[in-house]
Design a binder for this molecule. Structure first.
Ligand SMILES: NC(=O)c1ccc[n+]([C@@H]2O[C@H](COP(=O)([O-])OP(=O)(O)OC[C@H]3O[C@@H](n4cnc5c(N)ncnc54)[C@H](OP(=O)(O)O)[C@@H]3O)[C@@H](O)[C@H]2O)c1
Length: 278
């Protein structure tokens, strides 16, 4: 999938290709299941890993990549500026350098502001720092995460380059049509985190019935739904057989059950939701 940044003049800048499917590594431990899960995923055909400074496992993501011997350009790495570090221009630049070092890489494919900086005064300088990292070539693309409609709107006043991606919780139980539209109107793609609602909805009986009719697993229905809605989709699993199961969802045709899946909507937030903060 192609992503790019819209300039003030409405032109496209820094276009790049992003694999629309990847492995999320939240709650995977450095020196624990992170490296083995990334290795299992790369082996299963994944070519996109979503990590974050906050997850404290960037070093293991880098190590796994080195261990496989796969060329750096064949794997897309997304990482994020920790919210607590999003407090100013210099601080954000320092954190980008730190992530590059931990990942042991010359560049990051996609660098995200993990959530709107708590102090609204910090939002413009932090984004300026993200733009600087982009211009330096340290990162190939920049974006935001957990930005709501108002946060995106405010960016139009201070951004030279609008974000290429907005990563937010998105799944059959939280479909966010307004936020998805606002993200696309800003020239960005929606990146669906927690496509399984953190595992809390995999046992939903209605989802189970749909999966049975489609002859696949419940998790596969939820993942493929996000993917078919045009979202970059990054389910997490530390379980090697589920890692394979999850990528296999890309081959499943769920179109006959689309109405039933859309009807699962219940505005359910499985984790946090900074999109509604002022
Ligand atoms: N930007 C943000 O603020 C933010 C917030 C949350 C998440 N994220 C990103 O999005 C990624 C995914 O979201 P998430 O980790 O919150 O949750 P998720 O992917 O919705 O769900 C992960 C949970 O589902 C289980 N699971 C995975 N595959 C399964 C399957 N096939 N069948 C049954 N259960 C399955 C996992 O357990 P096992 O590991 O045991 O399989 C885990 O407990 C994260 O890892 C992270 O990279 C970003």
């Amino acid at each position: 999938m192609r992503i790019s940044h819209r300039t003030q003049k409405g032109e496209e800048a820094y276009p790049t290709e992003i694999p629309q499917f990847g492995l999320g590594v939240f709650l995977m431990a450095d020196d624990g299941d992170c490296k083995s899960s990334v290795l299992a995923a790369l082996h299963a055909g994944y070519n996109h890993i979503d990590t974050a400074s906050m997850y404290q496992n960037e070093r293991d993501v880098g190590r796994a990549l080195k261990e496989t011997g796969i060329e750096r350009s064949s794997v897309f790495i997304t990482t994020k500026l920790r919210r607590g570090d999003a407090v100013g221009y210099e601080e954000a630049i320092e954190q980008c350098k730190k992530s590059l070092e931990l990942l042991d890489t010359d560049y990051i494919d996609l660098y995200l502001v993990h959530a709107p900086p708590v102090d609204p005064e910090h939002r413009a300088p932090v984004w300026k720092a993200m733009e600087y990292c982009l211009e330096q070539g340290w990162v190939k693309s920049i974006g935001v995460s957990n930005y709501g409609v108002a946060h995106l709107d405010a960016m139009k006043k201070y951004a030279n380059y609008m974000p290429s991606v907005n990563q937010v919780e998105y799944n059959p139980w939280l479909q966010r049509p307004h936020l998805k539209q606002a993200t696309e109107d800003a020239g960005a793609k929606l990146m669906a985190y927690s496509p399984l609602a953190r595992g809390k909805k995999v046992a939903d009986p209605k989802l189970g019935e749909i999966a049975q009719r489609l002859n696949c697993t419940p998790a596969q229905v939820a993942i493929k739904f996000c993917y078919d809605q045009g979202c970059i989709t990054i389910p997490k699993s530390s379980n090697p057989s589920r890692i394979v199961e999850n990528i296999a969802s890309l081959n499943i045709d769920i179109s006959s059950e689309m109405d039933a899946i859309i009807a699962l909507e219940e505005n359910y937030v499985s984790g946090w939701d900074p999109t509604t903060e002022p």
